[in-house]
Design a protein around this ligand. Structure first.
Ligand code: NDP
Length: 255
């Protein structure tokens, strides 16, 4: 059956930023496909983990603030323990968005954004290379953005855009460097997706209409749109795909 290619039975996955927004959509898709998913977030949400247990999914939870340089490696090490000594899939989804003019953008905001959006992704990938190289297999998926490909308007967000471009290039570089170890590394570049991150902007009387009008499909996407793409990139269905930045944006970047 062709659809067996989308199954993840017996696979162990660690997902950061997993208890709300896009991360939740990714957990929904990977756990439904049979993976043992280890959810991680900064703020524990036991009710979310319980929800998946009630559905009969195999899930665990790890708390961690990925801005702390020691945390990504700790999460990977603990996920390997929970996974019975292996890690098949790492999804780096945790991220923050900060808008503001560059000429007055506070240094502390810039540092936090880069720490979370770029440095933590590098550190988690670096840590996952240990078990994945030993296994001679593994999949990494980084959540980038269309903001790593184009400069969004009307909101100024140069630092965020640069952080996501870094995620895309890290993805391609790791894909090139570790393909011979059996490790695939891909990214998803979402357009506007309805989550806590974008709800304010979508409701804004200036930003909301611009975001919708610039999207050919004239609407934002949902977390499960990204979850479905993540399932493809994390499963054997994409077995010959590596170094790809898959755009899921309702057509935003075609114009
Ligand atoms: P949300 O703001 O809804 O959720 C962000 C997630 O990241 C939360 O789970 C949050 O954890 C986690 N997170 C943030 N900071 C930290 C931290 N220091 N340590 C650990 N976890 C942290 O955002 P989205 O779901 O919208 O975004 C998810 C990813 O998708 C981000 O990387 C974002 O940049 C990207 N993206 C989003 C788009 C959109 O339109 N929504 C478009 C393009 C890309 P907690 O719940 O504990 O706070």
């Amino acid at each position: 059956m062709i659809f067996d290619l989308f199954r993840l039975d017996g696979k162990v996955a660690l997902v950061t930023g997993a208890t709300r927004g896009i991360g939740l959509g990714i957990v929904e898709a990977l756990s439904d496909a049979g993976a043992h998913v280890i959810l991680s977030s900064r703020v524990p949400k036991p009710e979310v983990v319980q929800h998946f247990k009630d559905l009969g999914r195999q899930v665990d939870y790890l708390q961690g603030d990925v801005q702390d340089p020691a945390v990504p490696a700790r999460l990977v090490a603990e996920a390997v323990k929970l996974g019975g000594g292996k890690l098949d899939i790492l999804v780096n989804n945790a991220g923050v968005a900060q808008h503001g003019d560059t000429h007055s953008f506070p240094e502390a905001q810039y540092r936090r954004l880069m720490d979370i959006n770029v440095d933590s992704v590098f550190r988690a990938c670096q840590a996952a290379l240990g078990p994945m190289r030993a296994q001679k297999s593994g999949v990494m998926l980084n959540i980038g953005s269309i903001s790593g490909l184009i400069s969004n308007i009307p909101q100024p967000q140069a630092a965020y855009n640069a952080s996501k471009a870094a995620v895309h290039m890290l993805t391609k570089s790791l894909a090139s460097d570790y393909a011979e170890d059996g490790i695939r590394v891909n990214a998803i570049a979402p357009g506007y997706i309805t989550t806590d991150m974008t709800n304010g902007g979508l409701a804004d009387p200036v930003w909301g209409p611009v975001w919708r009008d610039m999207t050919p499909m004239k609407r934002p996407g949902s977390a499960i749109d990204i979850g479905a793409a993540a399932l493809y990139l994390c499963s054997p269905a994409s077995g010959y795909v590596t170094g790809e930045v898959l755009v899921v944006d309702g057509g935003y970047t075609v114009r």
